[in-house]
Design a protein around this ligand. Sequence first.
Ligand SMILES: C[S@@+](CC[C@H](N)C(=O)[O-])C[C@H]1O[C@@H](n2cnc3c(N)ncnc32)[C@H](O)[C@@H]1O
Length: 526
Amino acid sequence: MDSAYNPSNVALLEAERVVQQVQLDERSSRERRNEMGQFATPPALADDIAAAVTRFCHQDRIHFLEPAVGTGAFYSALLRNFAYDRIASAVGVECDPYYAAVSQRLWGDSGLKVIKADFMTLPYPEEDHLPNLMLTNPPYVRHHHLTGDQKAAFHALACEISRGNVSRLSGLYTYFVFAAHNWLAEDGVAAWLIPSEFMDVNYGESLRRYLSNHVTLLQVHRFDPSDVQFADALVSSAVVIFRRSLPATGHRIRFSRGGSVAAPNASFDVPLTKVRTVRKWTQLFTAPSGRSREEGIPLTSLFTIKRGIATGANDFFILPRRDLAEHGIHERFVKPILPPARLLHQDIIESDRAGFPLVKDQLAVIDTDVPIDQIKRSCVGLWRYLQDGEKDGIQKAYLTSKRSPWYRQEQRQPAPFLCTYMGRKKKDGTTFRFFWNRSDATAANTYLLLYPVGPLKRMLEENPGAGLRVLELLNGLAPAGFTDQGRVYGGGLFKMEPRELGRVDATSIVEDLQLQIAVQPDLIPI
Ligand SMILES: C[S@@+](CC[C@H](N)C(=O)[O-])C[C@H]1O[C@@H](n2cnc3c(N)ncnc32)[C@H](O)[C@@H]1O
C-alpha cells in the first residue's frame, strides 16, 4: 500500500497498540464497555485467526475490512500474516471516536483508513470496490441494550439476508454478520470471533441457517474451556470462517476444537448435509461416539446434587434486602438467597460486592445460630422480629420445631450451578432451566443445587471462566433426558428430585470438556 511504511515496524506499533488499548479500557467503566461491546481480542488470538485464514484466502490483492476495528488488533495481525505488498487496501470502521483516533494514528501510515461511523448504518460501497477479506471480533451487545428503532432496522435487514425468520433476542453480533454480507465481495473470505452460544440457542437459528445455506462455511473452531491462554470472556467464543459463495454439492466443513484455530487439537470434517439437519452444532465437535454414549455417563459423576433449603416459613424468613434496615436487622444475621427462577431474566447470576445476586429485588434469608439472648443484646431489631414470629407460632411448625435454634436454616453452600426443580415443557422441548451462580446466594427448595466434583471441579478451579461453557452444556442437554427421568404431574408440570437429575445422561458434557471420568457402577443412582 504505502511505500513510506516500513513493514518491520509492525512489532513496535503492535506493542504501542496494546498499551493504548489498556489505557482506553481503563478510562471506561465495565458497564459502558458491556453496552458498547468493547472487549479487545488478545494479540495471540488475532494472530492465530489471521494465520488460519491464510489457508483459505487465495486472492492476489487483498482488500481488507474490519467493521469494528477498535485499536486494530486484527489489522495488526493481518500485517503480521500476509505479505505487505499483497494488501491493496484496508478499511476499519469504529463508532467510538477515541478508539477510532488511536487506530488511525497507529496504522494510518501503513495504509489503514479508519472511518468513524456506526457500521450498522454505513452504506456499503459499489460492487467493484468491495473488500475481499474480513477479520473481526464484533461487539457482543445483548439485545436489551439496543433501542426499539435499531432492533426494527437490524431485524428487517437480517431477515432479508438470512432469508427467513430472525429471533428478536439476537444480539448485535448477529446483526453485524448479516450487515457485513453486502460488504463482502463474491468469493471473499470472512473470519468472525463470536460467542459460541449461537450454535445451540434458539436465537442462533438464523445465523446457522445463513452459514449453512447462503455462504460456504469453511471452519468452525471452539476453544477448549480448559485452555486458559485466553481471557475468561473468550472461553466460550468460536471462530467462524466462511467464503461468500454458494456451497458446492458434497461440501464438508471443518469443525475443530482445542489448541489454536490454525492448529487445533481435534477436527472433524462434517458433511454440509449433516450440518443442515442437526439442531445444535455443539454435537459436531466430537467423533460419532461409541462406548460411552451407549452406556451413558450420569450427571451425578460430575455433580453432587441437593435440593435447596426448606425454611419452613418462607414468608417469615425470606425478606427483601432493602427492608432489613427498616426492621433493624443487621446483614450479618442473614444470607443472600436467590429469587424465584421466573424472576431471573438471565441464566448467569452475577454478584455484587457483598455477594448478593445482581438482581433488581435482592432477597435475604434469616440464618444464624446466635442464641436469642445474645441477639437481644446485639441486634434488637432482629430480636423483635423473631419475637413477632414466636407470637405467630413459627417456631412450632414442623420444620422449625426440629431446628435449634429454630431460626437457623439447613446449611447449604452457595451452589455454582442450579436447576429449577419443576417446570412445564416449552415450545423448544425444554422443561428445566439451569443457572450459573457467581454470587454467594443460597437457594430455596424450588431449585436443585449442583456442586461440581472430581475432574469437573478441578477444571473449574483452574479456569473459573469455563463455568459459562458448563452452563451452555447443561442447558444443551437433550430435553428428553429430563422428562424421561423426572415425573409428570397434572397439567404437564414436571418435577425432578436430585436423584432423578443425577441419572440424566451427561456424556455430551464429558466429551465436550474432555473430562477423564471413570464410570463406576456405584455412581449410577437407581
Ligand atoms: C469486541 S470489540 C473488538 C475490537 C476489535 N475488533 C478487536 O478485535 O480488538 C468491538 C468494537 O466495536 C466497536 N463498536 C461497537 N458498536 C459499533 C458499531 N455499531 N459500529 C462500529 N463499531 C462499533 C466498539 O467500540 C469496539 O471497539
